[in-house]
Write a protein that binds this ligand. Structure first.
Ligand SMILES: Nc1nc2c(ncn2[C@@H]2O[C@H](COP(=O)(O)OP(=O)(O)OP(=O)(O)O)[C@@H](O)[C@H]2O)c(=O)[nH]1
Ligand SMILES: [Zn+2]
Length: 201
């Protein structure tokens, strides 16, 4: 599949336990045995496709594809874990609660849902089927590293993916840093000028 970032091989996967259909975009030669630059991207219809200013998902998706193409080899797994695994309708309900001043974590809890319902077992299966055993993971979320390690993937390095902060999603990103353990480099906690000017970039 030709993209704005380069030509990727597109693979589809069906998760037997859930029936969910996931995608993997692969770039370059992944069979050398060297650790592969990998992004596990959790679906965010609002941010990835609609250009929502509520989160940093859209800029992260595009930045990850760019980084993989620039590196010359890598894979982006697009996981259908909308709303951190609670689904689109529940995420919309959680957004409505956030309009009343509740943060992203408490909104899920008020709905009686886990703060993060994601599991990375099938992502590990996808990597294995792609022949990827050792990864450099593009993420700020230590939970993803632990999640992959728990399923036997060798995560040799974390590569920061800190893009897309704007004045409108700052409080959301602060909640991820302070209440959800995300590893943000505080020195870079300033609005990203390019995202501020064009959140859909
Ligand atoms: N429930 C809920 N999900 C959200 C909200 N905002 C974004 N999401 C979902 O969160 C997921 C992305 O998770 P993040 O916490 O932004 O980032 P991450 O994937 O854990 O970590 P990174 O790898 O660093 O990007 C996507 O599935 C989004 O749909 C929200 O306010 N409530
Ligand atoms: Zn998002």
């Amino acid at each position: 599949m030709t993209t704005a970032y380069g030509d990727f091989r597109l693979h589809g996967f069906k998760e037997p336990a859930t029936g969910l259909e996931h995608a993997a975009l692969c770039f370059g030669d992944l069979s050398t045995g060297e650790p592969v630059l990998v992004r596990l991207h959790s679906e965010c219809l609002t941010g990835d496709a609609f250009g929502s200013c509520h989160c940093d998902c859209g800029p992260q998706l595009r930045s990850a594809l760019k980084a993989i193409a620039t590196a010359g080899r890598g894979a982006l797994l697009y996981l259908r874990q909308e709303g951190r695994g609670i689904g689109l309708l529940n995420k919309i309900r959680a957004y409505a609660l956030q309009e009343t001043g509740v943060d992203t974590l408490d909104a899920n809890r008020l709905l009686g849902l886990p703060a993060d319902a994601r599991d990375y077992g099938f992502a590990a299966t996808m990597l294995s089927q792609l022949g990827i055993r050792s990864v450099k993971l593009l993420t700020n979320n230590p939970g993803k590293i632990e999640g992959l390690k728990a399923h036997g993937v060798d995560v040799v390095e974390r590569v920061s993916l800190q893009v897309g902060r704007t004045t409108r999603n700052g409080a959301y990103l602060d909640t991820k840093a302070h209440r959800m353990g995300h590893l943000f480099d505080l020195a870079r906690e300033l609005p990203d000028e390019a995202s501020e000017a064009d959140p859909a970039r």
